[in-house]
Design a protein around this ligand. Structure first.
Ligand SMILES: [Fe+2]
Length: 367
């Protein structure tokens, strides 16, 4: 067994302002990496820049991180960060800006490197990264993982480096202005993290401590995801807690089949990450239950479901149908089996190609 999370984590109201001295600790020139809109709307960017102004810390902002950020975007941002001579990076936003911030911090600190360095592990280090998450799914603020889009391979994948943020400042208030669809999609991502870690081939007592707690918390808030009204602050804080705790779980195991199956689906259909992973959950659990029904039932009981059919119906009603053509469906399964079979090592049992095809087939609605 092992336990390793080197990130100092704060989860509380007004977290950024309460711990503003931290921003003086990691460098003298800050490079802020964020998305195009949400950090301006939810107040997180203002919270950070107010502190940097107060301490007279020069900063530049790169706000062009797209959903599922590409290696090309990371290279472009790194060029700006190098020119600015940044010596630490602040990622603000959902999983995309946080994952991009880690890769950008690596390239800024190694100016001779290009995006190629993000495909092969080298003995290089990143600048310090501070993370301010504003969605409730990624867990990137407590993991070393950075998932990028590789257009040359027409898929997404993790860079071969583990870059943990030095600091995570987690505050549910940034969720209050998010669209409900984003809250739902990202919280399904956190659900996937908890379940996939709980059932992972590398699962042990440490990661299950986090993943079982994440599942219980998710069970407490699941019905609120269905309600049309806005979030209240207490629910938002709980959603953030689920996300961070689930991130701590996958920091120890990584994710498993639903994530591995999602990457080409996201690339091809442009589906949000959480939905693309959640799409496969029920079929994955059905396959898993053929080998260990008790473990699956235990995980479902943490979530407050008496059986898998109820869970399946709940997730489908939360996400709505995801339709795909027969041709695309066959292509997803074929491509996964041809290129991604290394991901099968995350699953603790033998699984046949037919069983993989069955997971793909039963997860989608055919157009
Ligand atoms: Fe994820």
């Amino acid at each position: 067994m092992q336990f390793y999370i080197p990130t100092k984590v704060f989860i509380e109201d007004d977290c950024v302002a309460s711990h503003k001295d931290i921003f003086k600790t990691y460098g003298k020139r800050a490079f802020i990496v964020t998305g195009r809109h949400s950090s301006k709307i939810n107040g997180s960017l203002d919270d950070v820049t107010t502190i940097l102004d107060e301490y007279a810390i020069p900063y530049e902002i790169f706000s062009d991180v797209e959903e599922n950020p590409s290696v090309e975007t990371v290279e472009k941002a790194a060029e700006q960060g190098k020119a600015f001579q940044a010596d630490f990076v602040i990622g603000i936003g959902g999983g995309s800006p946080l994952d991009a911030a880690k890769a950008i911090a690596l390239l800024i600190n190694n100016p001779e490197e290009t995006g190629e360095a993000l495909t092969v592990l080298k003995d290089i280090k990143a600048l310090p990264v501070l993370a301010v998450p504003t969605t409730c799914g990624t867990g990137s603020e407590v993991t070393g993982v950075s998932v990028l889009t590789y257009h040359k391979k027409q898929t997404k994948g993790s860079i071969p480096y583990r870059i943990y943020p030095e600091i995570a400042l987690v505050d549910g208030k940034y969720l209050l202005s998010a669209k409900k669809s984003i809250v739902v999609s990202t919280s399904i991502d956190a659900l996937c993290h908890s379940l996939e870690s709980y059932l992972h081939a590398k699962a042990d007592s440490y990661n299950r401590m986090f993943s079982s707690y994440g599942l219980r918390l998710w069970g407490e808030i699941k019905d609120l995801l269905h309600s049309p009204g806005p979030l209240d602050l207490a629910t938002a804080q709980k959603l953030m807690m689920v996300s961070t705790v689930a991130g701590m779980a996958i920091a120890h195991t990584g994710t498993s089949l639903p994530h591995a199956m999602s990457y080409r689906v996201t690339y091809k259909l442009g589906l949000a990450h959480g939905k693309a992973c959640g799409l496969f959950l029920a079929a994955y659990l059905r396959e898993y239950a053929k080998n260990d029904p008790d473990l699956v039932n235990e995980a479902l009981s943490f979530l407050g479901f008496d059986d898998l059919d109820l869970f399946d119906a709940f997730i489908r009603s939360l996400m709505g149908p995801i339709t795909v053509s027969e041709e695309d469906l066959t292509s997803f399964a074929d491509t996964f089996l041809a290129n991604d079979s290394s991901k099968l090592g995350t699953y603790p049992y033998e699984i046949s190609p037919d069983a993989i095809r069955e997971i793909f087939r039963t997860s989608f609605t055919l157009a």
